[in-house]
Design a protein around this ligand. Sequence first.
Ligand code: GUN
Length: 288
Amino acid sequence: MTATVIDGKAFAAKVRGQVAEHVAKLKEEHGITPGLAVVLVGEDPASQVYVKSKGKMTVEVGMKSVEHRMDENVSEAELLAMVQKLNDDPTIHGILVQLPLPGHLNSDLVINSIDPAKDVDGFHISNVGLLGTGQKSMVPCTPLGSLMMLRDHHGSLSGLNAVVIGRSNIVGKPMAQLLLGDSCTVTIAHSRTKDLPSVVRQADIVVAAVGRPQMVLGDWIKPGATVIDVGINRIDKPEGGTRLVGDADYDSCAAVAGAITPVPGGVGPMTIACLLANTLTACCRANG
Ligand code: GUN
């Protein structure tokens, strides 16, 4: 079997188009422009690339984009004061503090200082609790984008066996909650899971979110299963230079799976599209 390639790039462009239409309508009919603020602490090159790309796409869908760059050595009090300023700013509907933060800053404290209604990452403890209890919340962007692709490909996910590899607060745990919400039978596997290949072989849906390049191999995959690859890893090419790969070994998995998301061009673009969708949602909720 050769897997259907789930085109996240095209899907994300469609979602951004829908967001842009809504934004135009909001402006025309109500004079409201959704605003997204991104706070970046330090000079991490990968974070800078993400933030630049987020800013560009925010403007492209017609939203206000604000970027606050803070020094690597910023104090926690200064960062908290910045978040408070954005919480109080009525032109800002979404706030994202780029992670990871430098080690001297308490990420949990900072994230939980964001107004939950503006927490477009869905990382605030209130949103985590709301998602866990099936209530209306802000849903983390990477799991949300992954779920949208799964629903689009499968229609109903009810009764399917899903194995999420990775237990992070950003991806693994919320992904499991969303799949449970769609009536999957969910297993969360991780680095201590015994005989991971045999656990993954039970899955109709595999979500690879471990952060280890090309770890999930084709002979772990049940024939016809869907593989959602959340990983973005840069590896050296034998001939020199680097390339991006996922957490799944693409060629061997694509030979067995029914469907697979590529890296790049799979989950990544959907994450940003969902961030914009969440910002629009936050703006609509703020304005009744
Ligand atoms: N760093 C890597 N991915 C993310 C994300 O989705 N949100 C935030 N805030 N930081 C990140």
